[in-house]
Design a protein around this ligand. Sequence first.
Ligand code: SF4
Ligand SMILES: [Zn+2]
Length: 377
Amino acid sequence: MPIWNPWHGCHKLSPGCANCYVYRRDQSIGKDASVVTKTRDYDLPLRKDRKGNFKLSPEDGVVFACMTSDFFLEDADPWREGCFDIIRQRRDLHFYIITKRIERAVSCFPEDWGSGWDNVTICSTCENQEMADKRLPVLLAAPIRHREVITEPMLGEIDISKYLSTGLIEHVTCGGESGDNARPCSCDWVRELRRQCVRNAVPFTFKQTGAVFIKDGRLYRIERKLQMSQAKKSFYSYVPGMGMAENIKYELPDRSVLFQRLSRSKFRSRFHLSDKDMTYIREKGMSVIAAHAREFIITRLGEENPENDGKQTPMKGHPVFIAQHATACCCRGCLEKWHNIPTGKALNEREIEYMTNVLMDWIVSQLGPPDGQMTMI
Ligand code: SF4
Ligand SMILES: [Zn+2]
């Protein structure tokens, strides 16, 4: 991936900057990263080789601009217009601009920017909820053709659902922090962000774990060279329609352990079958109820990205619905949280059978000892 750094140096702005890699790298060579200077590479996209061909060609991929500074930094105001001119001349290249200063962007766009240029992606970074709520509304309102979001270093759980649901964000990338003083990144935060992307059919990339990663209550220190490969191995990245989550390794919980956990949840243990539900079950018989359970699972939860996910299971109207809430088989988010079944993939036969069994176990437990009139399956 070609990198174009027209200037170098930056000023720390928000919590994500605390361990900025530009500062760390400059410090290691005795340089002051807070001094912002125009670089010799300023006109790199216009440079040609001896044969007269541009040095940067579209085949090399997207050009990452300003990776050792911030494109919208105040210090660079006198130089930015020239950069836009270069981008204007190289319509054949796609430029990717990552910024923590999206609120400055609109006043910096050139006169002929219009509704944005097709060869520019602007990516706002947000390391925590506060920065997401501050920057993403600005990103969405700004005239930009291609918008992306990066949560890196991810410093806490972040809910960006309402921004994703606009359909204006093309990609979300997430990652932990590197370096000796790295703050931890939790796998739960990554999973939760991924779920939000799945729900809104927005591609998601888990780029790297960072140096300190918490998974299932354990803290791991991960060497720099393994941080990207470990993230890749987790298969948490998501591309709508690709079924990549098929590869996520997981085990379905043991049913007795699951029921113990459920009994400790105030919310889950609140659900009980009504007399009407009981009568319905007795009239229909268990095999019919099991067939209904299976059908609801397939039609309401079975697809890679079910419609209305999170709201597809009514609170009443059928005993199976009650069983779904009681056992956390109500939506794909709950299926992932309680049963390890990853979102972003269609349910397979093994999972459908497991869920049917969980629902029927719960219904049987509600009915109490058989009274002789029941048709058990
Ligand atoms: S905005 Fe980016 S480059 Fe600038 S200090 Fe913060 S992390 Fe470093
Ligand atoms: Zn749910």
